[in-house]
Design a protein around this ligand. Structure first.
Ligand code: ATP
Ligand code: MG
Length: 313
């Protein structure tokens, strides 16, 4: 089995039966003959950078289930445009201009996190905690690819989808400026950020902000400290998962959609690896709980199973 799940194949555009807008004049759902659904999207940034980010996010060990987003192949563009022409005004179609922006994704029956309250209410305690952990993993991923529109600069719950089983699916990520910058060396800022991340054990500004937004949306989070701890476990495990990625495979995956940027990833992965090593060798970093506080037990890295009582999903 491949380590990532970007197995979406190109739809047969000639069999499109209906099109509806999911978001303004940017994101559309296509229904194909036989009931297969796809999403056609005009990328807000560059389709290559968005496709590369999604491809990295499909690596299973990261645990964030990114939905693969693939640039619409040149040979399919006229069909894609004809489909869009059904739902968007001609001037919008004109404004799409360079069709390099178009992506297609498999449609996933899932809702943006803030709209998934009912699913959350129905789910078992373990599934809820698994979701909190997955959000922490997603946060580590956003740092890895420097994706700004989700968990780095404030919180955008729209880009976290949740299905009926309360599984998380990451959407709408792209490679940020720090990935490009990493080609000429990793900044101290990223090092400091990684040290702080791996030392987190409870509340942080992001997890508090997240908890606030979820509570406002009607999520019964219960004990907020416990929520923040779950997210922190996911964050640390996300950093560890990134540190153990096969650097050459990630480079190839990224180069397929964003030629040249793949070379940043072995550099970034090495940085994550070194942060994990620093934390394990006891080099002081951030706000780790004092050893005295763990009452003689040998501190060891938490894994998702610590939170989930041995059950993932
Ligand atoms: N593959 C998908 N399956 C199901 N729903 C989707 C999918 N992709 C997008 N959506 C829905 O469409 C909404 C908008 O999609 P997305 O976040 O990708 O676009 P956007 O925010 O307009 O993008 P950008 O930030 O690049 O301008 C999502 O919040 C989600 O509700
Ligand atoms: Mg979005």
């Amino acid at each position: 089995m491949s380590a990532h799940g970007s197995s979406a194949c190109v739809p047969d555009w000639r069999t499109i039966e209906s099109v509806r807008a999911l978001k303004g004049d940017r994101v559309f759902q296509l229904l194909l003959r036989g009931g297969v659904r796809y999403v056609l999207k005009r990328s807000g940034t560059s389709s290559g950078m968005e496709a590369a980010a999604a491809a990295v996010g499909t690596i299973r060990s990261l645990g964030i289930n990114a939905i693969p987003a693939l640039p619409v192949p040149r040979r399919a563009r006229s069909c894609a445009f004809a489909a869009l022409g059904v739902v968007v005004a001609p001037h919008v179609l004109d404004s799409i201009g360079s069709d390099d922006e178009l992506l297609f994704l498999p449609f996933v029956d899932a809702l943006p996190l803030q709209d998934a309250v009912e699913t959350y209410l129905r789910a078992s305690r373990w599934r809820r905690r698994a979701l909190h952990v997955a959000i922490g993993r997603l946060w580590a991923f956003d740092v890895f690819i420097d994706n700004s529109d989700r968990l780095l600069k404030g919180v955008n719950l729209d880009n976290i989808l949740v299905d009926q089983a309360l599984h998380l699916h990451a959407i709408d990520q792209t490679l940020g400026g720090d990935v490009i910058a990493a080609l000429s060396g990793v900044s101290d800022r990223l090092r400091r950020r990684l040290d702080r991340m791996i030392a987190v054990e409870g509340r942080t500004s992001i997890s508090i902000d997240l908890a606030d937004q979820l509570k406002r949306a009607g999520f019964p989070l219960g004990n907020e400290d416990a929520f923040c701890r779950d997210v922190a476990v996911g964050l640390i495990n996300g950093v560890r998962a990134i540190a153990t990625l096969a650097a050459d495979e990630v480079r190839e995956l990224v180069d397929e959609y964003s030629p040249g940027l793949g070379s940043a990833f072995p550099i970034l992965i090495r940085e994550f690896r070194q942060a994990v090593q620093r934390s394990e060798s006891g080099v002081p970093n951030g706000v780790r709980t004092r050893v005295a506080a763990v009452k003689g037990r040998c501190p060891r890295p938490l894994d998702d199973g610590d939170v989930l009582g041995g059950q993932l999903w």
